[in-house]
Ligand binder design. Structure first.
Ligand code: PLP
Length: 376
C-alpha cells in the first residue's frame, strides 16, 4: 500500500509555518481532549480561552446541527435569523446599547477603531504596553509588542503606548485629538497581568476629561471568563465600546462590538459578508444559555485554583490564571502535558491556564496536582 504522508509532513509542505505546533488534537468532550495517538488531557488551554462551555457541549452541538439543517448563510442583505436576538442579549448583559458582529477579536477591534474615528472625527489612539488587540492591520497598529508590529509598519494609525496601570503617563499622551483609549481589564496575552485597583476608573475619568472614548477589549476576559460577564463589571466603569470574541460561541468563529452613548455605524459605514451569520448567532445564543448557568460557580473555581497554587507567584482573574516561571515555562508546559494537562506559555515566561468554564472540582484538583509537581 502507498505510504501516505503524515499530517506533520503535509503541514510542513503546504501550510505557511506561522505557528509553532506540537500535537494534533482530534476529539474533545467537556474539559477533556484527546490527541491523535489517543492520549487524554485536561484542557486548560481551551483553544486559548475560546471553548467556554467545554468541548462539544451537547446544547451547543444541538444548536449548530439544528441551525445547519435550517439555514447556514444568507448575507446581511437580509434580516438574519437569531442576529437581533443575540444583539439584544449582548446589550442586556453589557449594559450598552447596540451591537455589530464580526468573525474574530481582531475584526471586532478594527470595527471599534473605525467607530471611534467616524463618530469622534479624531484620528489618534492610545493603548497599553504589553497589550494585545489582534493581528489585522488596524488591531496590530494598537498592539504594543514590537516584534509582531514593527515588521509591518507603517500601519497607518497613530497610536501611543503607555505603561499598563500608569494613569499619569496616560494623562501625558492623551489630548483633544485622541479618538479612543483601548484597554484590556486584564492583559491576557501578556500573561494575565492584573492592573492596580482603580485603574479602569482612572482611565474612564481621563477619557471623559478629554472627550475621548473608552474601548474595553474583552476578547479574552469577556463572556464569563473572569466570573462576571465582562471584566469591567468588577468595577463601576462603563466603557463606550466593548469588544468580544473568543468565548462567545464556544469555538464557532464570532466576534462582536457593543457600543453605548448613542454610538453606532450608519448606513454603509461598516460591513462584513459572514459576520453575524445564522449559524454563529444560534451557537452564541446556546453558549450564553450554558454560561448563564455556570457563571455563579466561577468565583469558587477560581478560588480553588488560587488556594491550590498559592505557593507560586500567581495571578487569578476568574478562570484566567497566570504564573511567573522565569525561563522555565516551556519545560513546565511540556511536563504538564506529559502528565495529561494542557497549559500554555503566554508572554515573558508566564504560564497561563484558561480552562473551560465547565471544569469540575475533580479536574481542577488534578490540574493543581500536576502543575505543582511540574513547577517544583
Ligand atoms: C485581548 C485580545 N484582543 C484581541 C485578540 C485577537 O483576537 P483574534 O485572534 O480572534 O483576532 C486577542 C487574541 O488573543 C486578545 O486576547
Amino acid at each position: 500500500m502507498e505510504n501516505l504522508p503524515s499530517f506533520r509532513e503535509l503541514d510542513a509542505q503546504y501550510v505557511m509555518p506561522a505557528f509553532t505546533r506540537d500535537m494534533m488534537i482530534t476529539r474533545g468532550s467537556g474539559s477533556t481532549v484527546w490527541d491523535s495517538e489517543g492520549k487524554e488531557y485536561i484542557d486548560c488551554v481551551a483553544g486559548i480561552a475560546v471553548c467556554s462551555t467545554g468541548h462539544c457541549h451537547p446544547a451547543v452541538v444541538k444548536a449548530i446541527c439544528d441551525q445547519a439543517h435550517e439555514l447556514i448563510h444568507c448575507s446581511n442583505l437580509y434580516y438574519v435569523p437569531h442576529q437581533a436576538e443575540l444583539a439584544k442579549k449582548l446589550v442586556e448583559l453589557s449594559g450598552l446599547e447596540k451591537a455589530f458582529f464580526s468573525n474574530s477579536g481582531a475584526e471586532a477591534n478594527d470595527g471599534a477603531l473605525k467607530l471611534a474615528r467616524v463618530r469622534t472625527g479624531r484620528k489618534k489612539f492610545v493603548s497599553f504596553i504589553h497589550g494585545f488587540h489582534g493581528r489585522t492591520i488596524g488591531s496590530l497598529a494598537v498592539t504594543h509588542k514590537p516584534a509582531i508590529r514593527e515588521p509591518f509598519e507603517p500601519l497607518g494609525l497613530e497610536c501611543s503606548f503607555v505603561e499598563y496601570g500608569d494613569l499619569e503617563s496616560l494623562k501625558e499622551v492623551i489630548d483633544k485629538e485622541t479618538a479612543a483609549v483601548l484597554v484590556e481589564p486584564v492583559q491576557g496575552e501578556a500573561g494575565v497581568i492584573t492592573p492596580p485597583a482603580g485603574f479602569l476608573e482612572g482611565v474612564r475619568e481621563i477619557c471623559d476629561d478629554h472627550g475621548t472614548l473608552m474601548i474595553a477589549d474583552e476578547v479574552q476576559t469577556g463572556m464569563g471568563r473572569t466570573g462576571k460577564w465582562f471584566g469591567y463589571q468588577h468595577t463601576r466603569v462603563m466603557p463606550d465600546i466593548l469588544t468580544i470574541a473568543k468565548g462567545i460561541a464556544s469555538g464557532f468563529p464570532m466576534g462582536a462590538l457593543v457600543a453605548g452613548n448613542g454610538l453606532e455605524f450608519r448606513k454603509s459605514e461598516h460591513g462584513s459578508t459572514f459576520a453575524g451569520g445564522p449559524l454563529a448567532c444560534a451557537t452564541a445564543l446556546a453558549t450564553i444559555d450554558v454560561i448563564e448557568e455556570i457563571l455563579p460557580s466561577i468565583a469558587a473555581k477560581a478560588e480553588r485554583f488560587r488556594k491550590g497554587l498559592s505557593r507560586h507567584h500567581i495571578r487569578v482573574a476568574g478562570l484566567l490564571i497566570g504564573m511567573s516561571t522565569g525561563d522555565r515555562c516551556a519545560s513546565i508546559r511540556d511536563a504538564c502535558a506529559e502528565k495529561g494537562v494542557l497549559v500554555n506559555c503566554a508572554a515573558d515566561g508566564n504560564l497561563r491556564l484558561m480552562p473551560p468554564l465547565v471544569i469540575s472540582n475533580i479536574e481542577i484538583d488534578r490540574v493543581i496536582e500536576v502543575v505543582n509537581e511540574a513547577m517544583g
